[in-house]
Design a protein around this ligand. Structure first.
Ligand SMILES: [Zn+2]
Length: 228
């Protein structure tokens, strides 16, 4: 009898101990601070095929001459942008990169809400993708102030900030020395959401019925010091 009791007590003890270990593990997991995503990308980016990024679920054979299966700064950037599931707010000075345009159009076709804010002068330069986006039905607003709208940031799903020196141009991606920070830190994301909203409302065409006029001539002739 006493042996039976001993076995039962030991058995219960083992069960209790294992449950305690499980509970402690679960509590530690819940209490552990969640890691926020932080990433830094430098450009120019190596050249590599990015076609598979647009259709990861059904990768197709690609016979283009670029290297395949290579992760680059640009492929990382594209993945961040294409991670959008509900919204993409883009505030960029110059937008002529066709791969980035393809990414925005892909998101739009998936039902992601897109808002693009850009510089009015650079919305009309040769090779710009702004007209392509507008033609597709994407909401684009151009700044109406006499100074450059020189930002280069985007916010994905109101949670992921992509910001840095990089204009959305092929030159910036393939030739220039540029930097991009990708972060989910709410303390950094929040002010950018607020700034975008402020600029978006400020540049509402309904507030400026004659906003299709070009900017003051002095702005267009101001010597430029950067190479977007
Ligand atoms: Zn390829």
């Amino acid at each position: 009898m006493s042996v039976m009791w001993t076995v039962k007590v030991v058995g219960l003890g083992v069960v209790a101990l294992s449950l305690s270990v499980e509970l402690v593990g679960w509590l530690l997991h819940r209490l552990r601070p969640k890691r926020t995503r932080n990433e830094v990308l430098f450009f120019p980016s190596k050249m590599a095929c990015i076609n598979h990024i647009f259709a990861p679920s059904s990768p197709q054979l690609c016979f283009c001459p670029l290297p395949h299966g290579v992760e680059t700064s640009f492929s990382r950037l594209l993945r961040c942008i294409l991670s959008a599931s509900s919204s993409l707010d883009l505030c960029v000075f110059s937008f002529s990169n066709m791969d980035l345009s393809r990414a925005v159009l892909t998101l739009y076709s998936r039902g992601v809400t897109i808002r693009v804010l850009t510089d009015k002068d650079y919305a009309a330069i040769t090779g710009t993708q702004i007209g392509v986006l507008r033609k597709a039905g994407i909401c684009v607003r151009c700044d109406v102030d006499s100074v450059y709208m020189h930002h280069k940031f985007s916010v994905v799903d109101n949670r992921l900030l992509i910001t840095g020196s990089l204009n959305w141009t092929r030159t910036a991606v393939q030739s220039n020395m540029e930097n991009v920070i990708v972060t989910e830190d709410p303390d950094l994301v929040r002010p950018f959401i607020k700034e975008f909203q402020k600029l978006w409302l400020h540049n509402d065409p309904a507030r400026y019925p004659y906003s299709s006029d070009p900017k003051p001539a002095h702005k267009a002739t101001t010597p430029r010091t950067d190479k977007p």
